[in-house]
Design a protein around this ligand. Structure first.
Ligand code: ATP
Ligand code: MG
Length: 226
């Protein structure tokens, strides 16, 4: 799978496959990519490899021209913070920080001044304008997940990786979160890779990758799976 501005991605889903899979295909920035497959097929494993959270036993992951696993752990942590936005099923917000602080946290950790206009637009787009000084405990699940989306987008990362981001939400909130992720692709030209069991997600994605038994078995864009 080719990621934005990178020549290729070669990943091996090590837990369930001994063979290395090379997968190349153009993937311009601003694309909504869905990863689908049965439970245990290796979707989360692939996402963790793409995000530098789990080391592959073979192959390489390149994002923005950088070979993720050639970096030292400390360098990889910084790269992750700047270039990769994560959204998980659990929101993982900092309880003592308010909405705005949670969203800008990746920048604050880097001692960078957030782009105020962009952050404001982001917060308004996420429907959190009235809640920017509230703590996570004062928010609904859907609102908390929207904060997590904001945090993932705050740095304008090369790629956003979302693992079942609607898994803990009711259908109305789940739909809203999906619409916001799609908006991130259209409005902020963000590439979003999402794992979801929701059939609507695959139907609406620009591109669908299907996993089976730890292998990438199809790509709706016709990329090569060797
Ligand atoms: N930390 C781990 N150590 C060893 N094996 C693991 C670990 N996490 C997952 N696995 C195994 O790797 C395989 C792929 O798991 P993975 O979590 O990637 O599946 P998934 O497609 O995300 O499934 P689900 O839809 O249920 O989330 C499974 O057989 C799983 O049991
Ligand atoms: Mg999973």
């Amino acid at each position: 799978m080719k990621l934005p501005d990178s020549p290729s991605l070669t990943a091996k889903t090590a837990r369930s496959s001994k063979r290395s899979k090379t997968y190349r295909s153009p993937s311009p920035q601003g694309e909504f990519v869905a990863i689908v497959g049965a439970s245990g097929s290796g979707k989360s494993t692939l996402l963790h490899l793409l995000g530098g959270l789990d080391r592959p036993t073979g192959g390489a992951v390149r994002i923005d021209g950088e070979d993720l696993y050639a970096l030292k752990e400390s360098q990889r942590a910084v790269f992750r913070r700047r270039k990769i936005g994560f959204i998980f099923q659990s929101y993982n917000l900092i309880p003592v920080l308010n909405v705005e602080e949670n969203i800008t946290l990746p920048l604050l950790l880097d001692h960078r001044q957030p782009d105020r206009a962009y952050v404001s637009e982001l917060i308004d787009t996420l429907g959190l304008g009235e809640r920017r000084k509230h703590l996570p405990s004062e928010l609904s699940g859907g609102q908390q997940q929207r904060v997590a989306i904001g945090r993932a987008l705050a740095y304008r990362p090369a790629i956003v990786l979302a693992d079942e981001p609607t898994g803990n939400l009711d259908s109305a909130n789940g739909r809203e979160v999906l619409e916001l992720l799609k908006l991130a692709v259209r409005q902020f030209h963000q590439t979003v890779v999402i794992i979801s069991h929701d059939m609507n997600v695959a139907a609406e994605a620009d591109r669908v990758l299907r996993m089976q038994d730890g292998k990438l078995v199809s790509d709706s864009r016709g990329g090569v799976v060797q």
